[in-house]
Design a protein around this ligand. Structure first.
Ligand code: AHR
Length: 505
């Protein structure tokens, strides 16, 4: 049986794990917004002001820190003024990116802000650079955040909202290298500076402006943007044009043309997927290193505002709706990402899984009034104690918990740890498809009390939840964590994810 030792110094505190790396994403894409979050006030599905309450209730249990909206690619053809005022009078448009379907704009600014309030999440609004104007974006900020008397504040009041909202996270375009305008990095950097200039801080609402960044390993893009962060003429009080820089990375098991099924796959596909998931470590290191050159004091946050698995759509569904099932394999992709995110806590400020409901690696799948929590949902729930916790470095040592996958080495045990409120939370994944792993946690600089552990696993990697079998993959209590002289030990079953919490003595 492969074995691994994880050395953790309980008394050496690392950087804080920003809660925003547990962020979410809701795009006007397929059935994410319509059917997923929004059913309308007249729906027989229980709702508050049109927002479905079963989805809200399930997501509240995750402590969602932020929700990105309205896209994605959709953001760069979205005109926010179409989504305010009486719903029946709102103009319609064609959602050319996603399914070529008609968008009725019934879910707009007020509905999104109401959703965020119900979820207890901070809004992250992605503004239109690709087909919008500077004035349009500037006015959206004013509409949302300006108090007192102004044209946009008056317009907001005429639509029933007196008080301004607080909005911190503001995206300046999306994938400007692709669907957001097919720009060159230099041009995109100029636009980021221009748009950021007119996204004003109204009153005490301070924006965290996020420039549209790279894809995968396009470090040149990151460098071009980072060369442009410092505001000209602000030498007296140095100021950045933008506070965050995004990048996107999706996990695929193979080439784009042959992504494969979410639930029909073999062991080789699984290992290729896990190797692709672990690639995020190299990418975060690469982008962070470039950022360190231009911003050694880390005043700009790295924002991975789209990540997750991307499979073929479920048979018989609209190819433009990106609806996919979600198996135990997806859960292990998520748990591995989080271990890596925790290691990059010093630079990684935010990450947003794509997407929250009914699209790509979702937390929740709905079908009419039925709702299913996916295996990925359970990883977010089991890991939520890491939010805003202090990271602890985990040194993993193993001779045999690895496999060759193509030209890379896949580490089949993944781990991370943090401490908050006097409690240690440890996350462990065994990515091996068939072998258990013997784990020793060598805890130094302190001791821990009796651990409380839960495990997420199933008889096979392809296991997934359906309305007929909603708990095929669900966390269960695990009593196999033993406290020893050195720390703790346990045997981690194949293809499993486990968390345990223990008080620091
Ligand atoms: O998440 C789906 C799409 O993937 C987003 O709209 C786009 O930004 C990315 O290419």
């Amino acid at each position: 049986m492969p074995n691994a030792t994880a050395v953790i110094n309980l008394d050496i505190e690392g950087p804080t794990i920003s809660r925003h790396i547990y962020g979410h994403f809701a795009e006007h894409l397929g059935r994410c917004v319509y059917d997923g979050f929004w059913v309308g006030e007249d729906s027989p599905i229980p709702n508050e002001g049109g927002i479905r309450l079963d989805v809200v209730q399930a997501l509240r249990a995750l402590n969602i820190p932020n929700l990105r909206w309205p896209g994605g690619c959709f953001a760069d053809e979205y005109h926010w003024k179409d989504g305010i005022g009486p719903r029946e009078q709102r103009p319609r448009m064609v959602n050319t990116h996603w399914g070529d379907v008609e968008e009725n704009n019934h879910f707009g600014t007020h509905e999104f802000m109401a959703l965020c309030e119900l979820l207890g999440a901070e809004p992250y609004i992605s503004g239109n650079v690709g087909s919008g104007t500077v004035q349009e974006m500037s006015e959206w900020v004013e509409y949302l955040t300006r108090d007192g008397d102004s044209p946009m504040a008056r317009l907001r009041r005429s639509n029933g909202r007196d008080e301004p909202w607080r909005v911190k996270f503001w995206g300046i375009g999306n994938e400007t290298w692709g669907c957001g305008g097919n720009m060159r990095a230099e041009y995109s950097a100029d636009l980021a500076r221009q748009y950021a200039t007119y996204c004003r801080d109204h009153g005490d609402n301070k924006l965290y402006r996020i420039a549209s960044g790279a894809r995968d390993d396009d470090y040149k893009w990151t460098e071009t943007l980072m060369q442009q962060i410092s505001c000209f003429g602000c030498e007296a009080t140095p100021k950045n044009y933008f506070q965050g820089l995004s990048f996107h990375y999706y996990t695929l098991a193979g080439p784009w043309e042959a992504k494969g099924s979410a639930t029909v796959f073999d062991t080789d596909d699984h290992y290729r997927t896990m190797a692709a998931a672990q690639r995020i470590d190299r990418l975060l290191t690469g982008h962070s290193t470039v950022m360190d050159m231009y911003d050694p004091r880390r005043t700009v946050g790295l924002v991975l505002d789209e990540w997750g698995t991307w499979w073929d759509v479920e048979p018989g569904t609209n190819p433009g709706f990106l609806f996919q099932q979600n198996s135990l394999r997806d859960a292990l992709v998520a748990s591995t990402h989080f271990d890596i995110f925790h290691r990059h806590a010093a630079r990684l400020y935010m990450a947003n899984i794509a997407q929250t409901v009914n699209v790509l690696q979702a937390m929740i799948l709905t079908d009419g009034d039925a709702l299913v929590l996916t295996p990925t949902y359970h990883v977010f729930e089991m890991n939520k104690g890491h939010q805003d916790a202090t990271s602890l470095t985990v040194h993993l040592v193993s001779d045999d918990a690895r496999r060759s996958v193509g030209d890379t080495e896949l580490e089949t045990v993944s781990a991370s740890a943090s401490v908050k409120d006097g409690k240690v939370l440890v996350s462990l994944s065994n990515l091996d498809a068939g072998e258990p792993a013997e784990i020793t946690l060598d805890l130094r600089g302190g001791t821990v009390g009796e651990p409380v552990a839960r495990i997420l696993t199933a008889d096979k990697l392809q296991a997934h939840n359906t309305p007929e079998d909603p708990a095929a993959v669900a966390p269960r209590p695990f009593d196999g964590v033993t406290v020893t002289d050195r720390g703790v030990s346990l045997t981690l079953p194949p293809h499993s994810f486990l968390t345990f919490q223990a008080a620091l003595d």
